[in-house]
Design a binder for this molecule. Structure first.
Ligand SMILES: [Zn+2]
Length: 381
C-alpha cells in the first residue's frame, strides 16, 4: 500500500515534470523544432568505410555509436556533370542545396573552375548568421580546404586558398563564422603571401587575432580563429561547444574529420575516434532542441572481402606499410582492398534529435540542406 501510493505520487510528479513546457512545433506538426544543429562530416566515409571502422575498432559490425541512431538515409553526392564527387561539390551540395561542379566552393554550376565565378549559393552557415545564431566550423584538415570552405566561402576553385580563407573575415551575413578551428597553417600562409596578405595583416585589418594553436586562445576570446599546423579535433569540438552552447538563438556547428583510407589504418581509426566524439557530444546536448546529423561528402573505394571474428581486420597492414608501396593506386591487405580513389555510390546520412525523422530513403545530398532548414523551421530564399 505504502509502496503503491509512493509510486503513484512519483508517477504524477514525473508526468508534471515532463509536461511543464510544450515544445515548439514545426510546420508539419510532427516534431519539435531544432534550435541547434550539429553536422558531423566524415570526409570520404562511405558505407563500407563505416562497416570497416566498426570491425577495426570494435571487432564486430554495427558497434559504432552512430549506427545506433534512429534515422538513416542514403545520399547521392554526384556533381551536375559527373558521377564521382570531390569534397568541394559534395560539401557545397549539403551546405547550400545547390548541386555544382567538382572543385567549386558554394557557387552554382554556372561557375567554370579556375576561370569564372558562378552564382554564390547561400550556405546554411550564412542562413544561421543572418538569423543571429552562433556558428562554428572545426576541421582536422586545412581550414581553407574544400569541405570547411564550403561553409563560409564562395570560390570557383578550391585550390585558391588565398581567396578562400580571407572570406571568413568578410561575411555576407551577420558577423561571419564565430568559431573557426582547423589546420593548414603553412599552406594557407603561403597562399596568403602569394595573394599579397598574411595572417598578421588579416588579423590587424579585421581586429581579430588568428592563433597558431588551440592552447594559445585566451579564455576571453569568444570568437576565436585558430589556424594550426595540426589540430586535436576532439579538443577543438569541445572548445567550440563551450563557446556556442549558451547562444540564446541557438547555433550551427560543423565538424569535419578526414576519413580517406589511402592509409587504411589511419582512416579507419579517424572514424572510430570521430564516432566516440559524436557520442560524447550527444551527452552534452538536448536532443529535444538539437539536430545531430552525420554524413560524408563522397564515398571511397574500400572493400572488406575477408577476415573473421576474433582476429584483427587489418592483418597485413604492417608489411604493406613497410613495403614502401605507398604510391600504389591499389592497396591489397589480407582482408581489405583499397582502390585509393573517390567513388560514386551513395553515402549514409544518419540523424538523431529534433527534425531527424526527415532523413530517410534515397535522396540527393542537396536534400540535407532542406532537412536542416526544415528542422529550424526556415524557408530557403
Ligand atoms: Zn572529401
Amino acid at each position: 500500500m505504502g509502496h503503491h501510493s509512493c509510486r503513484t505520487l512519483f508517477a504524477a510528479a514525473l508526468s508534471a515534470a515532463l509536461f511543464v513546457a510544450p515544445p515548439a512545433f514545426a510546420d508539419d506538426g510532427q516534431a519539435p523544432r531544432a534550435k541547434n544543429v550539429i553536422v558531423f562530416l566524415a570526409d570520404a566515409a562511405g558505407v563500407a568505410t563505416l562497416n570497416a571502422a566498426s570491425l577495426h575498432g570494435h571487432g564486430e559490425p554495427l558497434k559504432l555509436h552512430i549506427q545506433q541512431w534512429p534515422h538513416l538515409g542514403l545520399s547521392d553526392t554526384s556533381p551536375v556533370d559527373r558521377f564521382v564527387s570531390d569534397s568541394a561539390n559534395g560539401m557545397s551540395s549539403i551546405m547550400t542545396g545547390v548541386r555544382t561542379r567538382n572543385g567549386v566552393i558554394s557557387q552554382g554550376p554556372d561557375a567554370v573552375r579556375g576561370e569564372k565565378d558562378g552564382t554564390p549559393a547561400k550556405t546554411l552557415l550564412e542562413y544561421a548568421e543572418e538569423r543571429g545564431l552562433r556558428t562554428g566550423v572545426v576541421s582536422s584538415q586545412s581550414i581553407a580546404d574544400a569541405t570547411p570552405a564550403a561553409t563560409y566561402a564562395h570560390a570557383n576553385d578550391r585550390r585558391n586558398f588565398g581567396a578562400i580563407f580571407p572570406q571568413a573575415f568578410t561575411p555576407r551575413y551577420g558577423d561571419g563564422v564565430d568559431v573557426l578551428l582547423g589546420a593548414g597553417r603553412e599552406r594557407i600562409g603561403t597562399a596568403l603571401a602569394a595573394a599579397g596578405t598574411g595572417f598578421d595583416a588579416l588579423a590587424d585589418a579585421h581586429k581579430r587575432p588568428i592563433y597558431a594553436s588551440l592552447d594559445s586562445v585566451p579564455a576571453s576570446d569568444a570568437r576565436p580563429v585558430v589556424v594550426a599546423d595540426g589540430i586535436d579535433v576532439r579538443a577543438a569540438t569541445l572548445k567550440a561547444l563551450d563557446l556556442l552552447e549558451d547562444s540564446p538563438q541557438g547555433y550551427l556547428l560543423v565538424v569535419e574529420w578526414d576519413a580517406h583510407t589511402d592509409d587504411v589504418r589511419k582512416g579507419l581509426q579517424n572514424v572510430v575516434d570521430f564516432d566516440r566524439l559524436v557520442a560524447e557530444v550527444e551527452q552534452r546536448v538536448d536532443l529535444d532542441d538539437t539536430l545531430m546529423l552525420f554524413t560524408a561528402d563522397h564515398s571511397f573505394g574500400l572493400q572488406v572481402d575477408g577476415g573473421q571474428r576474433g582476429t584483427p581486420l587489418l592483418e597485413g597492414y604492417e608489411s604493406w606499410k613497410a613495403s614502401g608501396s605507398d604510391d600504389d593506386d591499389l592497396v591489397r591487405l589480407d582482408h581489405v582492398l583499397v582502390n585509393r580513389t573517390h567513388t560514386a555510390e551513395e553515402v549514409v546520412a544518419l540523424a538523431t534529435g529534433a527534425g531527424a525523422h526527415r532523413v530517410r530513403g534515397y535522396f540527393p545530398a542537396t536534400y540535407l540542406f532542406q532537412v536542416v532548414l526544415d528542422a529550424w523551421g526556415w524557408k530557403a530564399d
